[in-house]
Write a protein that binds this ligand. Structure first.
Ligand SMILES: Nc1ncnc2c1ncn2[C@@H]1O[C@H](COP(=O)(O)OP(=O)(O)OP(=O)(O)O)[C@@H](O)[C@H]1O
Ligand SMILES: [Mg+2]
Length: 241
């Protein structure tokens, strides 16, 4: 296994005085796709927000490329190479697609903004035709592409995605999963939270089932899909995927 790009150990974090995730371990290797699944309210978004310094840290370690990022503010994490797409409200509806993408460069201007934009528009050809349209006029799937594209405008090394396929039709869902694999091929590691757990685990190197804010099951995507207990309790049952 290559070196970890993100290494979380024994992390307890939450909001205000309340811990939500407890003693969580999670590791993303360079150019890996790691998926977090689990029931609603399990703490998946909270875990992702903890990496991006958006909530309250209690204890444990979070290392990015071998250095602790505990206490580093979000605005400083972006230039270090971490970028995130939140679960909701992830585009500026009144700004055009081009302006939305530009927002992604503010915290960490890419070395060559035109080349980065071109790379993103090659990945998301739908957006090329819509660059001058307000993002609020796009379909749900196209908005997700804008949100992911914006996060990629800062040339991240690690992309945090919170349910990028929520509410999408099966066809768009497949496209987003294809795009995530292309993003990895472009050298970016991906930490993905997903409710479409079976599909997500198919593209995952490693999967973490989070249960009540704790590590439940951790294994390769393939092994989790083949695990009867996991399948029945967390993946909607059915035959092995
Ligand atoms: N801003 C907040 N302040 C206080 N508590 C919060 C906040 N956001 C989430 N929580 C609580 O943390 C717990 C975990 O929420 P979280 O959003 O991490 O779950 P999740 O696994 O992402 O769920 P879902 O699948 O529904 O997105 C929930 O009990 C929720 O009420
Ligand atoms: Mg969530």
């Amino acid at each position: 296994m290559p070196d970890p790009i993100l290494n979380i150990q024994n992390l307890t974090a939450g909001y205000g005085a309340t811990p939500i995730i407890h003693c969580v371990d999670l590791c993303v290797h360079l150019k890996g796709i790691v998926v977090i699944v689990g029931p609603n309210g399990a703490g998946k978004s909270t875990l992702l927000k903890s990496v991006f310094a958006l909530n309250k840290y209690f204890s444990g370690s979070v290392e990015f490329m071998g250095h602790s990022i505990v206490g580093v503010k979000t605005a400083n994490l972006v230039p270090m190479g971490i970028s995130a797409v939140p679960q909701t409200s992830n585009v500026f509806a009144n700004l055009t697609v081009r302006e939305n993408l530009q927002v992604g460069t503010y915290a960490a201007p890419p070395k060559n903004a035109a080349a980065t934009l071109d790379m993103i528009l090659t990945l998301f050809p739908d957006l090329r035709e819509k660059l001058n349209q307000p993002a609020g006029q796009l379909s749900g799937g196209q908005r997700q592409m804008v949100a992911i594209g914006r996060a990629m405008m800062s040339d991240p090394k690690l992309l945090l995605l919170d349910e990028p396929t929520a509410g999408l039709s099966p066809a768009y869902l497949e496209r987003i999963f294809d795009l995530i694999q292309q993003i990895r091929e472009a050298g970016i590691s991906v930490l993905l939270v997903e409710q479409n757990a079976k599909q997500a685990l198919r593209i995952a190197d490693m999967g973490y089932v989070l249960v009540n804010g704790k590590n439940g099951y951790t294994d390769t995507g393939k092994n989790l899909l083949a695990n009867d207990e996991v399948r029945h309790a967390f993946l909607g049952g059915g035959l092995p995927a």
